[in-house]
Design a protein around this ligand. Structure first.
Ligand code: SAM
Length: 291
């Protein structure tokens, strides 16, 4: 039996052996609690025939736990200094593969075709680098990859925004973008003490179950997201004022905006934060021909 990577003693020994120094700019906060890692993996509900994709393996703490449960793990790591460490720590796990790449620049779809051929249950599981949490999640969702879901550690504040319901202060265009593609659930709140170094913010684990089809059907996804972003540009403004000031030529098209609001059954004096995702879909469809 190998000793788990994610214990304070083993992690310290590995870091010292390689003279590794953390790069804050890469969001390097490593997990040193095996129970938390096992819990994260539990929430991914993997089986021996599952595949797992990881972003940022660090020294392999989560990768190891994934490799013990899944058929295959592929992890993207941007920091070249971690590659020799990972070769050593993951040596006992031939089903784990590390790709040296910025995940934001990687062709994940092609990787899935090559590495996960014959595997039809794939989860993305990661302790994300906090400086790029949202771009990573959005990239994965927008590329429409064949995944069952995503289980990730992130800033608690972002987890709250992702899972927020209308008429709360956390609800915004991020809640809508993610709920359009997935059903989010915050499954764990995680204390700072389980990381080295400790992050400045509180953390949470969120599970995003990917919907078979998006929550609402819209004429144009691109325009729907443009309308939602415009509607939250200034939270204290009414939906009418945000749309007239934020959409291209919105001021000249005020009549069209008023008429679309009426078609969608939305009072112009409401604020964006009070609109459900279904209402945003009706509004964006009613406005679409005018823009
Ligand atoms: N999985 C490890 C753990 O839980 O202990 C490390 C997690 S640490 C929060 C984030 C990791 O992501 C670091 O190893 C960092 O180098 C890597 N990383 C940062 N930006 C990345 C990017 N754009 N693409 C791939 N990996 C990245």
């Amino acid at each position: 039996m190998y000793k788990d990577i994610a214990t304070p003693v083993r992690t310290k020994a590995i870091l010292e052996k390689y003279g590794f120094s953390f790069k804050k700019s890469l969001g390097q906060n490593f997990l040193i609690d095996t129970n938390i890692l096992r819990n994260i993996v539990d929430h991914a509900e993997l089986s021996e025939s599952s595949g797992a994709i990881e972003v940022g393996p660090g020294i392999g703490a989560l990768t190891e736990q994934l490799a013990k449960r899944a058929k295959k793990v592929v992890a993207y790591e941007i920091d070249q200094r971690l590659l020799p460490i990972l070769s050593e720590t993951l040596e006992p796990y031939p089903n784990a593969k590390v790709i040296h790449s910025d995940v934001l620049k990687a062709n994940v779809k092609e990787m899935i075709e090559q590495e996960f051929a014959g595997i039809d249950d794939i989860m993305l599981v990661a302790n994300l680098p906090y400086y790029v949490t949202t771009p990573i999640i959005m990239k994965i969702l927008e590329e429409n990859l064949p995944l069952r879901g995503i289980v990730v550690m992130l800033q608690k504040e972002v987890a709250d925004r992702i899972s927020a319901k209308p008429s709360t202060k956390e609800y915004g265009s991020l809640s809508i973008a993610i709920q359009y593609y997935t059903v989010p659930e915050v499954v764990m709140i995680v204390p700072k003490t389980v990381f080295v170094p400790q992050p400045n913010v509180d953390s949470a684990v969120i599970r995003l179950t990917i919907r078979q089809k998006p929550l609402v059907e819209v004429k144009s996804e691109e325009f729907f997201f443009r309308v939602t972003r415009a509607s939250f540009a200034q939270r204290r403004k009414t939906i009418l004022n945000n749309l007239t000031s934020q959409l291209d030529n919105g001021k000249e098209k005020k009549e069209a905006i008023l008429s679309a609001l009426q078609t969608a059954g939305i009072e112009p004096s409401r604020r964006g934060e009070s609109l459900s995702i279904e209402e945003f879909a009706a509004l964006s469809d009613a406005l679409y021909e005018s823009f």
